[in-house]
Structures are given as C-alpha cells and as structure tokens.
Ligand binder design. Structure first.
Ligand code: ATP
Ligand code: MG
Length: 429
C-alpha cells in the first residue's frame, strides 16, 4: 500500500479528468481531458480562450480544501494543482463518493464576453483526440470535500472519535514515545495520522491528559497540524491529527534555500501562533515539521499536555541534538529555547555534531548560504537565551521577510518532486 502515501499522481495517471470551467454568474463548462497529468498550462488557457473568447485570460484559479483560491500561471503550478486534485479524488474514491470535477476559475484581464455554449471545438494539441469537447453542465455545487470537513468537525464536536471508527493502514514512523499510523476514519471518510503511545498510567492521569489536550481543538492556524481528537483504549492513547502526505522534514535531503526560506517562515508563524496561546513547543525539530504536496508546512507534537509529556518522559529520558544548551543543563525553558531549536533545525546535520554545551555555537559556512540566512541562524543560536530574537524580531528578520510571499507552490513542487524521486528509488510497491 506504499503507493498510497507516495504516488496518488501516478495512480490516477489513466483517469479521465473533467475540468469544470466556471464562468462568473453564468454556470460552467465541463471539459473532459483524457490525459490529465500531461496537460499543459497553455492547453487550459486555449480552452478557456474558446469558452470566453472576448476575454484575455492569463491565469486561472482553483479552490483548496478551505475554499482559498490558488492562482495557476505556469506548468509548475498546474502540476501542483493536479497533484492536489488527484489527492482529493483519491479521498473521494476511498469514501465511495462521486468524483467531483476539477473546478477552475478563469482570471480575465478584460471583462468576459458571451460564452460560446454551442459548437465548441477544442483542439489544443495535435495527436489522437487527447481532449474531448467541453460540454455545458448545470454546475453542481462542488463541495463534497468541504462537506466532509464539516462532517468531521461535527463528529469531533460530539466527541465521537473512537477506536471502532478507525482503520489502521500503513505505519508512518516510530518515535521515542510511540508509533504513527496512516488511518482511515470511516464516518468522515478522512485519512488521518494516528499517533499511538503506550502509557501505563492511572485513570486519573488519563483524564488529566484528555483535559489538557482540549486546547488543541481551539488551535486554529494553517501552520499547526489539525487535531481531530484523542482517546484512551486500555493502556494506550491514540491522538488523531491531520495526515500530511509529504511527511516530516527529517527525511528530506539538502533543502534548497529558497524552499527552506518558505518552510522557515511557516515554522516561525506556527511557533508565533503557539506562543501567542502561551504554549511552548518544547520539541522543535525537523521530524516535527510536516509538509504536504499542497505546499503547506505544519508543526506537530508540541507539548500541550504537561502530564502527557511527563508520562512519556518516564519511559524515555533523553536529550536530543536540537535542545537548547540551557535545557540540557536543566535550566529554565522558555520561548528562547524554542528559538534555539528552530535555528538548529535548519542547519545541516554535519554542523550539528559540534553543538556541545561548552563549545561555541555552531555557525553555517559563509559562502554556501546567503548572508541573511547565516545571520538568522546565528541569531537564533546565541548561547545566551535573552540574546536570541524575540517573536516579532523573528518575523521581521530579513531572511524571513524575503520569503514571506505566501508562495506555497515552491514548497509544493519541491515536495512533489522529492516524493516522486523517493518513489522511483523504491521501485514498484
Ligand atoms: P519523537 O518521538 O522524538 O518526537 P519523531 O517525531 O520522529 O520523534 P513521531 O512523532 O512518533 O516521532 O513520528 C514518527 C514519524 O511519523 C515522523 O517522523 C513523521 O515522519 C511521521 N508523522 C508524524 N505525524 C505525521 C502526520 N500528521 N502526517 C504524516 N506523517 C506523520
Ligand atoms: Mg514527532
């Protein structure tokens, strides 16, 4: 089943793709494409040109799961859109739902004229009829995905997340505390990540953990992993969160700086959000930074439940390479300590080795990385906690500012490419 995690794009390769071109206030035109993954950006513009002949269309948009519009202006962005779309198709298939067409919204420079409903001819590329003629459809409300999110929220509000409704699939990884599984939540049809931790604790402590986890329902940031619920069964707790198809950053090899910059900004925003809720992350490290093929970056495994952290610590006592020196020497932990871990998370593992409490802070080799990046990391990793940048200084740092452009495509393309590479190295499932 590994392909499920790595290759929705390939699995859907032979699927007929229906693109629903939405026309402002006037319904939609459906266009059937027989070879979706090979589709080029200019093919789509050509067809839009036929649907809206009087408008000059230079780009189009699609909606993500949250209803946010994402602009497509290039083949790269097309690929990210298709990859996102195929992952939603996969979800719909798993749920036995009707496959929704891919809805796009042309962005015209000039106001669109009358659309050509009848006699549309689409001939975007030479060769055997790759694309069939578009047909006019009574655009059905296409929100099954949103509906399923809403359903999930309802289920959660009723506290219905339980073991019976969950079908465990692949193992995503093991940590010091437990094991994370990819799982299918039957009532909502959602794919989840479920972390299962063995804890031999009293019922009283179990209740305390559950109440401490409550705050996670209130966490609402696109930089923080979505929390769906938690439950105890015998001596183990299952924590259900949003599944991220790109996995964690620790498995990616050298990340180019322009991608890392976009990841760093998301991590800084996620941390700033947690700090604003008076939550310290306490475990900032690459394996707790998750990415997906939509280019989103989200933090997970933050220490929201003291009791849970303590209970895990009883079975596992240790330090890790990302911990701030003051933490290793048992001194007070604060926002500054999260900032240290943030800095060190973005360094190459080789430089990590020299990170010993008594030595000077590690520095990045100048020349290999840009000056703002080296400065950012150096500031985060000042030995004296108080000398490290405060949250607002992090956000205002030139390295962060230059990448604060909301460009998810850069990350999305990088995740997609890395997953494809990994898949081709692994061979067929
Ligand atoms: P530690 O136990 O010290 O925190 P860790 O973060 O590597 O170490 P886990 O938190 O148990 O361990 O996670 C194991 C692996 O599961 C992670 O490295 C990550 O690759 C994967 N994983 C965790 N959560 C998710 C998720 N929501 N979506 C996809 N993959 C996930
Ligand atoms: Mg983790």
């Amino acid at each position: 089943m590994l392909w499920l995690a790595f290759g929705p794009f390939h699995a859907m390769e032979n699927q007929v793709l229906v693109i629903r071109i939405k026309i402002p206030n006037r319904g939609a035109v459906d266009w059937t494409v027989n070879s979706g993954p090979q589709l080029l950006f200019r093919d789509v513009l050509d067809v839009i040109g036929q649907v809206l002949p009087e408008a000059t269309t230079t780009a189009f948009e699609y909606e993500d799961e949250d209803g946010d519009r994402i602009t497509v202006r290039s083949d790269e962005e097309m690929k990210a859109m298709l990859s996102y779309y195929y992952s939603t198709v996969m979800e719909q298939q798993v749920n036995g739902q009707l496959i929704e067409p891919l809805q796009i919204f042309p962005r015209a420079c000039k106001p669109p004229g009358e659309r050509n409903i009848h006699g549309l001819k689409v001939n975007t590329r030479a060769g055997p009829s790759q694309h069939n003629s578009p047909t006019v459809s009574d655009a059905l409300p296409s929100n099954s995905l949103k509906k399923s999110s809403a359903e999930l929220k309802k289920i959660l509000a009723n506290g219905q997340m339980n073991e019976q409704d969950i079908r465990y699939r692949d193992t995503l990884g093991h940590g010091n505390g437990g094991t994370v599984y990819k799982a299918y939540h039957v009532p909502s049809g959602k794919i989840l990540a479920v972390k299962v931790i063995l804890l031999d604790i009293t019922l009283e402590l179990q209740k305390q953990i559950m109440s401490e986890l409550e705050i996670l329902y209130k966490c609402d940031s696109s930089y923080i992993i979505g929390f769906y619920g938690a439950f105890f069964v015998e001596n183990r707790i299952s924590i259900c969160t949003e599944f991220m198809d790109g996995g964690s950053l620790d498995v990616y090899r050298k990340i180019p700086e322009h991608v890392l910059g976009r990841i760093a900004i998301a991590v800084v925003k996620g941390l700033t959000y947690l700090w604003s809720l008076k939550i310290l992350h306490r475990d900032v490290k690459p394996s707790n930074m998750l990415v997906n093929t939509r280019g989103q970056v989200k933090l997970c495994d933050f220490g929201v439940s003291t009791q849970l952290v303590n209970s895990i610590a009883k079975t596992y006592v240790g330090t890790n390479a990302y911990m701030a020196p003051e933490r290793i020497s048992g001194e007070q932990y604060g926002i500054h300590s999260d900032v240290w871990s943030l800095g060190i998370s973005f360094m190459e593992p080789l430089q990590l080795l020299q990170c010993i409490v008594d030595e000077d802070s590690p520095v990045l080799p100048v020349g290999e990385f840009s000056e703002p990046f080296v400065h950012f990391i150096t500031q985060c990793m000042r030995k004296q906690p108080k000398e490290r940048p405060a949250p607002e200084e992090l956000m205002g740092h030139p390295f962060i500012v230059q990448f604060n452009d909301g460009n998810a495509t850069v990350v999305s393309m990088w995740v997609c490419r890395a997953l494809e590479e990994r898949r081709s190295q692994q061979g067929p499932p």
